[in-house]
Design a protein around this ligand. Structure first.
Ligand code: 5GP
Ligand code: ZN
Length: 136
């Protein structure tokens, strides 16, 4: 629990939220400013800022929960396509410093835009792959 963290305050019921699921490890709630209709956030009860800080135990459970919630959301909102997005750090667009997973339904007309790929990039080298492999 971080007393300055808005999601910790929600978890602690100091700030209201529209909860859709809760268990011992996670809370899922509607996003207050949804990217599309039905946008849900899954928030671990453990305070961790980024994925790097979250325990492997919680990480290994969260996608399974995301799938379960997405299937329920599909029945309600009638979408088939969706994005699972998770921002780590300010440069990546993280605005709430408590790890959370976005479940974003996609519709034939919506206003979500993700990154745009660049043309064949010469900076993508075999050496780059080799350097990362060394740490794995
Ligand atoms: P981030 O940019 O950190 O990946 O996402 C933060 C998300 O939290 C945003 O989509 C924002 O709308 C949502 N959010 C911020 N404050 C609150 C809040 O008090 N309640 C709820 N339900 N969502 C919030
Ligand atoms: Zn927190």
């Amino acid at each position: 629990m971080d007393s300055n963290c808005i999601f910790c305050k929600i978890l602690n019921n100091e700030i209201p939220s529209k909860k859709i699921y809760e268990d011992g490890d996670f809370l899922a709630m509607l996003d207050i400013a949804p990217a599309t209709k039905g946008h849900v956030l899954i928030v671990p009860k453990e305070h961790a800022t980024t994925m790097s800080d979250l325990s492997d135990e919680k990480l290994s459970k969260i996608l399974i929960l995301a799938k379960k919630i997405i299937e329920a959301m599909k029945k309600v909102h009638g979408f088939t396509d969706y994005n699972i997005i998770q921002n780590n750090g300010r440069l990546a667009g993280q605005t709430v410093a408590h790890y959370h997973l976005h479940l974003i339904p996609r519709y034939s007309v919506d206003e979500v835009s993700l990154w745009s790929p660049h043309e064949d990039d010469p900076s993508v080298t075999e050496e780059m792959a080799e350097q990362v492999r060394k740490y794995l």
